[in-house]
Design a protein around this ligand. Structure first.
Ligand code: FES
Length: 193
């Protein structure tokens, strides 16, 4: 008794009819176009054609770019629509060195409001500009720390200081009026060289 061995290595050149049997048993040339475009290798279904992989990667990349375009559009800032002025807290709610999470605009990813000292407040995206881990304010050191890959940002400016991050944290612009802190917009800065 003889047995047929099929090498599933993508580098091997094989006749489609030799390895692919459609459900109706007809040869590939007689199959509809969609099946010829995406042949199913029944004897070795773990084989993935380069063409299918390329399409998958193209679609994935398009989704990635589209997602970022959506984020940029909804985050506002220099390229986006103007954001509203929104009360995000009161001055007397935070002691110097304190911090709290807020959303701006409503429903946004978390952002950080930090009181540096008696008179200075800053606010940033909480997501690290490297791979989006939440950053942790360390006011005494004058920095924000990302524990994922030991990234550091300057507390007063949001600029990257050390570790993998290359872009400053997006900064929420603030105004203080009558003891109330208002968010007025978001400034996103390109990568520093
Ligand atoms: S995610 Fe922040 S340093 Fe990598």
């Amino acid at each position: 008794m003889t047995s047929k061995t099929i090498d599933t290595s993508p580098s091997e050149v094989r006749e489609p009819d030799d390895v692919t049997v459609a459900p109706d048993g007809r040869p590939m040339a007689a199959q509809p176009e969609w099946r010829r475009e995406f042949p199913i290798d029944w004897p070795a279904d773990e084989y993935v054609s380069r063409r299918a992989m390329l399409k998958f990667m193209t679609l994935t990349s398009a989704a990635f770019v589209g997602g970022h375009a959506w984020l940029a559009a909804t985050a506002g800032g220099p390229e986006g629509a103007p954001l509203p002025r929104l009360a995000i807290g009161r001055v007397d709610e935070l002691a110097p060195g304190g911090a709290r999470i807020f959303q701006y605009p409503e429903g946004s990813p978390p952002r950080l409001l930090i009181r540096i000292d008696e008179t200075r407040f800053v606010a940033y995206d909480q997501a690290c500009t490297h791979l989006s881990c939440p950053v942790i304010p360390e006011p005494r050191a004058g920095k924000l720390h990302c524990p994922c890959h030991n990234g550091w940002f300057d507390l007063a400016s949001g600029a990257p200081l050390a570790g993998p991050p290359r872009r400053p944290l997006p900064r929420v612009t603030l105004e203080i009026e009558g003891g109330v802190i208002y968010a007025t917009g978001i400034v996103t800065v390109a990568a520093v060289s």
